[in-house]
Design a protein around this ligand. Sequence first.
Ligand SMILES: [Mg+2]
Length: 385
Amino acid sequence: MKIKEIIFSPLFMTFKEPYHWYGRIDYGATVILITVVTDQGLVGHGESTSSFPAEGSLGLLGNVVQPLIGQSVFDIDRHVFRSRHLGLINDTIRMPNLLLTGLEMALWDIVGQAAGQPLYRLWGGAARDFVDYFGFVQGDTAEELSDSAKKLAEGGFRVIYFKVGRGEKSDPLNVRAVREAIGPDLKLRLDANESWDVFTAKNMIKRLAEHDIEFVEQPVSCRSLSALREVKESSPIPIAVDQGGYSLEEIFEICAQKAADVLVLSPHETGGALNFKKAAAIGEAAKIPVCLHGQFTTGLTDLFHHHLGLTLPNLTDGNQIMNQLYAEDLLEVPGLELSEGRLGLPGGAGIGARLDGDVIARSQENYVKWTGGRKKNVDFIYKYK
Ligand SMILES: [Mg+2]
């Protein structure tokens, strides 16, 4: 079965409410929906995270997909490897990984459909019956954050997560308010998104430790493994790496140097499902658990990540899921409603997703609107044959 056509559609997905984190307020996210059509009529969907506007991402993807037309859909690893080594993109691995994973997703979707099996069964089968997800606290002020956290706790989430790095005064106030809102029994996890230097991280972690924090994610820059290790060595709270771990080499060094207690790994950041499994295996060998990291992507990606999470023996509880943040989701079927923070085994073949055409059309229009109404200049369906 051969690849006949690859279609890129940049979409702008609007958040339900402004997304506050270190240094930024986001109102939505750009994704690139990738559709692969085969010569036998099977259609697979994938999704890439994107720059905004998406022209740079689309240019890079367009450069690598042309040689794939006419190739077998089953040679996934070779296609991704060759795509990563085209031009200069192997020297800047992060963005290409985020983009190429959408292509890999679509190919896996087709392979799963051809096999008549959900993807988790093609990746070794389910190591667990469900994946546990965290409640993602939204808001800006301590009052908004504690209200949001209380609702999540009442909704049955066992792990509560929110962003710190919002200021020396705000962080202790916010963490205290959220801990008081959720009570003493639930796990509370913080993500600093690289916002601190080593000095600030040491001081802030010391101040926040009284609130029984499960772990702090990426307290310092992803560019310095020694800084992360220095923070971990002095921290009374376990430390997780997130943005510091994309490539297999980075994951290996983190484990070998004992620079983190938890690996927060995204299949998009590692460059696809196959590299994600390899990265998780490095963590497994080092006795370090893996937590699924979400992207600014929709339920389509959440479902793909979910298949992978089901296969991991060293997966944590409180993984990240993102579709609930959007005003509307691309997924029409299945619904991803969690039961007490958990999602079980998906049915169907491949990713098992049916997308909502109306939402796709509205998201395309949103993309045009958010790129300044440049409809005449924006060919928002990119097609390669
Ligand atoms: Mg993070």
